[in-house]
Write a protein that binds this ligand. Structure first.
Ligand code: NAD
Length: 420
């Protein structure tokens, strides 16, 4: 499809085999997307150039989605087939935020991209950047990676409005089925939605999280569920999670109970402890005992809430990287929305996209480039050179534009910054 660069291949365990000159498709994004991409791209190129002295480089290739796709192609389709084909072919891509266009039949383009490419794991590393203002006293105590299930749960989009004939028929059928169970019948004029959760989707997510924990020397994975109430969905998620660990990683994992009963609470080197927590308690735990948690695995809705709450704890969405990862494809993304009111103002924080790029380079094994980016960004924030969102929470901050923040990072990569 393209002879200007190489595509990323995948091994049988879903790990990328990276060439030195990959083509990486990017989606500019709507709203502030062009602003943050303009700040981020030179940083990516400079970090690669500095780290590998010309031995490695990326051929960036724009693919269209969102408003730009609709304007350029003149069709009412914010996610052209060609975009999905190209991302799928090249294997790893990066994107800015996409607005949810009204009247296209798309609930969300982001959800559509995840579903079309079967990007079943939404991966969000949440770690404090030194100097970044935070609402908690010790934000540096939180250092987790959240694996959120991306394809099912209440996000499957299977629901019917209150009063519709479909909702009434489904509810009448349900009421018939629970007639003798002692459960109170559902009001027929209720809205109804379906919460599908499967062993297949849970197991592949948990496997990915355990593999990540092993490869990155993380101590534990925590299954977050509401199985005390929703026994056959969330409760099963927890059971399937333990089963996956037991059956597929018998030598690399132990349960929390085994940790105390067999090992007196002392984790053997290289072993990942598998534990679980009820979702509501987990929100407290992340605030009160953040250091007890490491890799977190959650169904779609719990994971959505937890990712944003954890990001806020370390300084907000403007600085949180994210990725959607499948077995043969991964799309890295800014985790915030398109912030349309700031579009074209060169104002917002490009940190989320920049750090997502760093995560992408780690993912393809280019750790040196990733480290340069993270160190230079950290040094910039520690020097209180920040965009408006952080400046208003910091004393003595030097408020800069989106592009100026990018230029400061670029300068530090060129100079070889002192955080390295
Ligand atoms: P939003 O994240 O776009 O903006 C909410 C507010 O957060 C903004 O007004 C701004 O004050 C602040 N903000 C966001 N990003 C920032 C940044 N990088 N730097 C500084 N401040 C920032 O959320 P919204 O207003 O709910 O959504 C706007 C559009 O974005 C919607 O169409 C929504 O569907 C879409 N959206 C897309 C994604 C995605 O592409 N992953 C995620 C969320 C929302």
């Amino acid at each position: 499809m393209d002879n200007r660069g190489q595509r990323i291949e995948w091994d049988e365990r879903g790990r990328p085999i990276f060439p030195d000159n990959p083509v990486i498709p990017y989606i500019l994004g709507d709203g502030v997307g062009p602003d943050i991409w303009a700040a981020a791209r030179p940083i990516f190129d400079k970090a690669i150039g500095t780290a590998y002295q010309g031995k490695r480089s990326v051929s960036w290739r724009e693919v269209l989605a969102g408003e730009k796709a609709q304007n350029a192609l003149g069709v009412n389709d914010p996610l052209p087939e060609n975009t999905i084909d190209e991302i799928s072919f090249f294997g790893v891509a990066i994107k800015g935020p996409l607005s949810t266009a009204v009247g296209t039949g798309f609930r969300s383009i982001n959800v559509a991209i995840r579903q079309r490419l079967d990007l079943y794991a939404c991966v969000r590393p949440v770690r404090h950047i030194p100097g970044c203002p935070s609402p908690v006293r010790y934000p540096e105590r939180l250092d987790v990676v959240i694996f959120r299930e991306n394809t099912e749960d209440v996000y499957a989009g299977i629901e019917w409005p209150a009063g519709s004939s479909a909702a009434r028929e489904i509810l009448a059928d349900i009421n018939r089925r629970i007639e003798k169970s002692g459960i109170k019948p559902v009001l027929l004029e209720s809205a109804v939605g379906i919460k599908p959760m499967s062993e297949f989707n849970t197991s592949r997510l948990v496997s990915k999280a355990i593999r990540y924990a092993i490869e990155n020397e993380r101590k534990s994975i925590t299954l977050v569920h509401k199985g005390n109430i929703m026994k056959f969905t969330e409760g099963a998620f927890c059971d399937w999670g333990y089963k996956t660990a037991r059956e597929h990683f018998p030598d690399e994992t132990i349960t929390e109970i085994e940790l105390y009963e067999k090992f007196g609470g002392k984790r053997p080197d290289g072993v990942v402890v598998v534990k679980d927590r009820i979702a509501d308690a987990m929100f407290q735990q992340l605030l009160l005992r953040p250091e007890d948690y490491d890799v977190i695995v959650a169904p779609n809705l719990n994971g959505d809430y937890l990712s944003d709450a954890a990001a806020a704890q370390v300084g907000g969405l403007g600085m949180s990287p994210g990725a959607n990862i499948g077995d043969r494809c991964a799309v890295f993304e800014a985790t915030h929305g398109s912030a349309p009111k700031y579009a074209g103002q060169d104002k917002v924080n490009p940190g989320s996209l920049i750090l997502s790029g760093a995560e992408m380079f780690k993912f393809i094994g280019w750790h040196e480039a990733a480290d340069l980016i993270v160190c230079a960004l950290t040094d910039t924030v520690e020097n209180k050179i920040v965009t408006y969102d952080l400046a208003r929470q910091m004393e003595g901050a030097i408020e800069v534009k989106c592009s100026e923040f990018g230029a400061e990072i670029l300068k530090r990569i060129s100079q070889g910054n002192k955080n390295k």
